[in-house]
Write a protein that binds this ligand. Structure first.
Ligand code: SF4
Ligand code: SF4
Length: 180
């Protein structure tokens, strides 16, 4: 039969020598390599006690920002959820009631806002899509857990606290796509 290419590999069926059939040389060679690696600098680190330096544009856990007056920026427009390729964001919109002007910046706000951190691929598209500068990714790591439910982050863990604001300026100003 005519071959399609001229790439062929000739399979050798040469008999093993007595020494080879003992497998000792290859076992010793393997052990020598293991021994050599014992004195090499380890490529792993003892996380979480030790941490590597992150790139300035690292995209980690999200934050829902408040404005200067402490009001939530998010108006539950849903654009972040539409932009999310992992379908990780869900929300329920509500109307601001009289007297709640100090809580929410606009008439509509997110009554619930959830991000499933297991689904999230930290692409940053939600941040890009948001017209209200409400959702940003930060340099914080999502903590580990043995419980899948723990990875569904609601507003209690996403909205920044009034007295402990999350600084996002470093990543925003370092990244090429940073917002002004
Ligand atoms: S970072 Fe990407 S995957 Fe994660 S919630 Fe935002 S848009 Fe979805
Ligand atoms: S975070 Fe931004 S894009 Fe998402 S619902 Fe709120 S305002 Fe809209």
């Amino acid at each position: 039969m005519e071959s399609l290419t001229n790439r062929k590999k000739v399979v050798s069926d040469k008999q093993m020598t007595f020494l080879e059939s003992l497998y000792l040389p290859v076992v010793l060679a393997g052990m020598a390599m293991t021994f050599r690696h014992m004195f090499n600098k380890s490529a792993t680190i003892r996380y979480p006690e030790q941490q590597r330096a992150f790139a300035p544009v690292y995209r980690g856990m999200h934050v829902l920002k408040r404005d200067e007056q402490g009001r939530e920026n998010c108006t539950a427009c849903g654009l972040c959820a539409v932009a999310c390729p992992a379908e990780a964001i869900t929300m329920v919109a509500g109307e601001r009631l009289p007297g709640e002007e100090h809580l929410y910046r606009e008439e509509k706000y997110a009554v619930t806002y959830e991000i499933n951190m297991i689904r999230c691929i930290f692409c940053g598209l939600c941040e890009e899509a948001c017209p209200k500068e409400a959702v940003f990714l930060t340099d914080r790591i999502v903590p580990t857990s043995f419980d899948r439910e723990d990875f569904v982050y609601g507003k209690n863990r996403l909205v920044e606290s009034i007295d402990n604001r999350i600084d996002i300026t470093k990543r925003q100003h370092t990244g090429k796509r940073g917002k002004k």
